[in-house]
Ligand binder design. Sequence first.
Ligand SMILES: *Cc1c(COP(=O)(O)O)cnc(C)c1O
Length: 380
Amino acid sequence: MRFNTKTIHGGQEQTDPAYGSVMPPIYQTSTYAQSTPGGHKGYEYSRSGNPTRTALEKSLANLENGNYGLAFGSGLAAIDAVLKLFEPGDEIISTNDLYGGSYRLFTRIFEKMGIKFHFVGMQEAGDIENYITPNTKLIWLETPSNPMMNITDIEAVTRIAKKHGVLVAADNTFASPYLQRPLDLGADIVMHSATKYLGGHSDVVLGGLVVRDKVLYQKLYFIQKASGAIPGPQDCFLVLRGIKTLHLRMQRHCENGEAVAKFLRSHPGIDQVYWPGFDDHPNHDIAKRQMSGFGGMLSFTTKEGSLNSATKIVEKLKIFTLAESLGGVESLAGHPASMTHASIPREERQKTGVVDSLIRLSVGVEDIEDLLEDLKQAIG
Ligand SMILES: *Cc1c(COP(=O)(O)O)cnc(C)c1O
């Protein structure tokens, strides 16, 4: 099956045995009748398994070319489950330009539990080697990164990791499996905030993991069941529905993203535009190799450079909504320094480029003319 067909049918071969419903039913139940103690049809209690969740988990695994999928109540709950694989004394190398919530989870929850983190720029994959010790257990990468759109060479990182017996997990939220499939490039775990492109309609919060290795899956399944951060069946259904149009939406996100990036770059009021599709983006060649398009996410700074200049723009936008999150059909604008990345200390933030005038756009699937007109009137 090819990718576009997979979004609709992947992992969903089994039709509903009761009535043949084309979409998997929402099994809104906590428990399942047993004919005799232990005599059940594969489901006992909805924390350990629910058929609607299974349908979504199979779809996620299929899209990422993995063998096993796991769905969680949020993207962060999925990351939390990955980190629970480790023990005090273990070390994790993470990209230094990452989702603010991931940084907060790492430093405020798991550091306290005795896990040591090294935050490292990963644009040069070889730099990672300097931080690997006998205690290193995981490399956490996010590419394209949030919000600087840095690109990490997944294949190069996994090559280094394998040499040292270290696992690699990739946050694939920004690219979605339509543009990039990290397991094919050697990663062990793919993580998604399905809240974003997979769900695609800004109406659900949900997370996912996909792996190939059975033992790793069993460990993660145990954590999912033992810690209990599962999504409800209705939310699983919404993500399944979103996935069916992932390819159509992503195609338009890419087209509109490119048009907006080029418009901003030619605008005299704009300083930097961060978008991996530009020839002179530092890792453009890697992006071209490991992604099939450049997506709808980009960031830019104003020439004026002040917090005020960015605030004025985001307040004036009419079609772009000022809001956190990304990946929905509607265009959103965000101000990372005061919104998504406010939990990262200012000094740390600025080191990675998250300056006060940085604005992040999630370019939606509206008519491009309307989006460009909106930006024009807001920037002035
Ligand atoms: C949103 C996001 C997360 C967290 O996911 P939630 O569903 O909000 O918990 C993690 N990583 C990235 C890149 C994100 O954009």
